[in-house]
Design a protein around this ligand. Structure first.
Ligand SMILES: Cc1ncc(COP(=O)(O)O)c(C=O)c1O
Length: 387
């Protein structure tokens, strides 16, 4: 990629607030590039973080062609940063783009933009359990038009947010309310795409659940209103008899989470068998009440694993296990975050190390970009051979 790097004016040392909120602070630089049918992807620039100039007729504001991703860079004990399965995010970005009739973005280009930006903003990565440099790639239709058709101009940008833990209260079980009135997504719709409309459509149910003392909504399928799909903007799983992990099979209206996929691969290696199937909410609450379901948890990049302590359904509350102890969720959280933060070996090849720009400049890290030029000292005259 032909990438221009513009200077920024504010070069003062980075100071992060304590406590660090989630998703409200942004670094000083951003990546942008544009697409049109004639030039393809072009004008790739990393420059100062700034408001976007948008034509009021931009198609995004009327027909809503937009997609995004959510991923993180994790600070390793050696001071370098790990990206976690960025190819998986790149592939999902492209699946979302295809569903929303938007242009493809080559996987290498998606990752290169992120790596170049994260390398420059390395010092914004916060330390601490649950803290990370959150990465938000976005693509949207920028063409000014009221016609209802796929746009012909798009903007792709990436911004970064140093973020504290998603749930300020830490690893505490949350309460979820089964949504009876609203659905998140229908098969054949856009539920498997990461597109803002899905989230906009979920907000009134989330606000209503919060007003009743629940933190998240438990979504059911759109057709029969019976089968469990997701919890808030996370995938969901249930633990049977302290051992077996059962999660809704991808139904065509569930977002295929990368955390979900990672946990399904990791859990059997920790001695927890996994099963993907259709999960009837009536069976789930009966199994919770009978004590067969000992834990329930949500899975997603932002919070990694969030235990569910209570499920509200048809006006009654069902407490999962004792509502507090979550040994399986805790074990999975620890095992996955140990890999993400580089505290444990990564036998799955999920992590990708990013070197800070300074490490490349000082020769402490390899230079895949050809940025450096080594100057060899001339030997002192006493060591020079005399012809
Ligand atoms: C609707 C929805 N489901 C599930 C997830 C979890 O996906 P991931 O684990 O890739 O973050 C997310 C978050 O991206 C989401 O928005």
């Amino acid at each position: 990629m032909d990438l221009r790097i513009d200077p920024i004016t504010d070069d003062s040392p980075v100071r992060l607030p304590d406590p660090l909120p989630f998703g409200r602070i942004f670094t000083r630089r951003m990546f942008t590039e544009r697409w049109d049918a004639v030039h393809g992807w072009h004008d790739a620039v990393i420059g100062p973080y700034r408001p976007l100039m948008l034509d009021p007729a931009a198609q995004i504001l009327h027909a809503g062609q937009a997609i995004f991703e959510g991923m993180k860079a994790y600070l390793r004990p050696d001071g370098r940063l790990n990206l976690f399965r960025p190819e998986a995010n790149a592939l999902r970005f492209n699946r979302s783009a295809e569903r929303m009739a938007m242009p493809a973005l080559p996987v290498d280009r998606f990752i290169e933009a992120i790596e170049a930006l994260v390398r420059l903003e390395h010092e914004w990565a916060p330390r601490g359990d649950g803290a990370s440099l959150y990465i938000r790639p976005v693509m949207f239709a920028s063409e000014p038009t009221f016609e209802v058709r796929a746009a012909r101009e798009f903007l792709h940008y990436v911004v970064l947010s140093p973020a504290g833990p998603f749930f300020a209260s830490g690893f505490q079980p949350v309460a979820v309310l089964v949504s009876e009135e609203h659905i998140r997504a229908a098969r054949g719709g856009t539920g498997t795409a990461k597109t803002p409309g899905n989230y906009a459509a979920s907000l009134s149910a989330i606000e209503a659940a919060r007003a009743r003392g629940y933190q998240q909504v438990l979504w059911l399928d759109a057709v029969e209103r019976r089968f469990v799909e997701e919890a808030g903007a996370m995938n969901v799983a249930f633990v049977y008899d302290g051992r077996e992990i059962v999660t809704p099979a991808l139904s065509g209206s569930i977002l295929p989470g990368i955390t979900r996929d990672s946990i399904l691969r990791l859990a059997p290696d920790l001695g927890f068998p996994v099963r993907e199937t259709r999960l009837d909410i009536a069976t789930i609450v009966a199994d919770v009440d009978a004590g067969r379901i000992t834990e329930a948890f949500c899975m997603g990049t932002a919070a990694v694993v969030v235990p569910i302590g209570r499920i509200g359904h048809h006006g009654a509350d069902h407490v999962v296990g004792d509502g507090v102890a979550v040994p399986v969720a805790q074990r999975l959280y620890r095992a996955l975050t140990d890999i993400q933060y580089g505290r444990a070996p990564d036998p799955y090849g999920w992590t990708r190390v990013i070197h800070a720009q300074a490490d490349i400049q000082y020769g402490r890290a390899p230079d895949p970009y050809g940025w450096t030029r080594v100057i060899y000292a001339q030997a002192p005259s006493s060591e020079r051979s005399v012809a």
